[in-house]
Write a protein of this length. Sequence first.
Length: 424
Amino acid sequence: MQGNSIGTVSIVGLGYVGLPLALAFAEKGIRVIGIDKNPDKVKMLEGGRSYIEDITNKEIRDALDCFYPTTDVSLISDTDNVIICVPTPLSKTREPDISYIISAANDVAGHLRRGMLVVLESTTYPGTTEEVLKSIFEETGLRVGEDFCLAFSPERIDPGNKSFNVKNTPKVVGGVTRRCTERAVELYSRIVDRVVPVSSPATAEAVKLLENTFRAVNIALVNEVAQLCHRMGIDVWEVINAAATKPFGFMPFYPGPGIGGHCIPVDPLYLSWKAKLFNFRTRFIELADEINSKMPEYVVYRLFETLNEVGKSIKGARILILGVAYKKDIGDIRESPVLEIIKLILEKGGEVIYNDPYVPEFDFLGKRWSSLEITDEVLEASDCVLVHTDHSVYKWDYIAKKARLVLDTRNAVNGAGLGNVYKL
Ligand SMILES: NC(=O)c1ccc[n+]([C@@H]2O[C@H](COP(=O)([O-])OP(=O)(O)OC[C@H]3O[C@@H](n4cnc5c(N)ncnc54)[C@H](O)[C@@H]3O)[C@@H](O)[C@H]2O)c1
């Protein structure tokens, strides 16, 4: 590392978070080693192919001058900065599973050397960087702040968001020492317009959990209000859109079939788990989790009601689900509420088929599900179309015209005047 150069970067974990980050450095001419345990992903990248919707094959090909995808962790030792972007799921008992972080940290520790900066980006509970990573790294005999630097910087990437990307989304960083923070600020300043330093890694870890808890709680609030509005015969979307005209003090959130993805359903539970160690109960988080995770059940109840309108029962009914991804214009079905919805419909004796242009196939309940093309025949042969994900490519007018019945959980279908369209 010379002059004011930040040197080279290695990124451990090339998923939704790690890959865009690697490309952002490569775009600036910074040499990036991208390390992933999954050889299929590495092969695709080496061949100039992307597996993330927001990233084109061309972007990968253009980056390959500076970006070196590999499964070989030993290449970490050639780099000056290491960024860890591995998954942080929940265990079967819905507790934090930081085993990927520990495994990646052990790999990094094997190649840690003087002068390196290591940053953790995986979302996790406050304390992980200093309580877990620092001790793994210091077992090598090197000292944080003296021999190497360590920081946490939460990732804020929003897959499918066309307005905000790595560059124009401010990045929070918190280092173990002041020097660690300075190094991390220097690193991210190369690719991000605004870097926001905070006083510690635990603060930066808590920032991310507050952001996603804020979303989970507000989504739960509108999901509850949606259920109340339905009982009262009020259109909840009309209420929200009118409330959103208030120029201050209100931020619109919209109801839906439940929450999904790697972040909103998972992250708040990292915070509530840690809170318990402080003998503190995070009641907002628990309530939001309860309301949001019951939405699939409510959707199936509404399906029941919708079919009832035409004298049909769910038993024996064919339900065409549009969109299985957890949100629009992406192909991620992790934690997608659709999975619980499918399970419940099948339990009640219904039949499920689906279309999702972003998810051609997936495995669930011991079988492989394949997306069916939307045709007149498929629409006409379905007892009800359930709009689960409002992908932009769907032609709603056509769908509403051809479908026998529609239950729209996203307010996507403009069914005005068509008596066959029902909203959540
Ligand atoms: N997806 C998002 O929108 C998002 C947004 C903000 C934060 N995050 C957080 O970022 C982290 C990563 O999420 P993601 O969505 O990118 O996950 P992902 O599953 O898309 O990608 C993680 C990658 O890490 C690889 N991997 C796992 N263990 C590894 C190891 N030891 N060495 C090398 N590679 C390894 C996997 O093969 C995978 O390709 C999580 O903590 C998540 O909560 C995600």
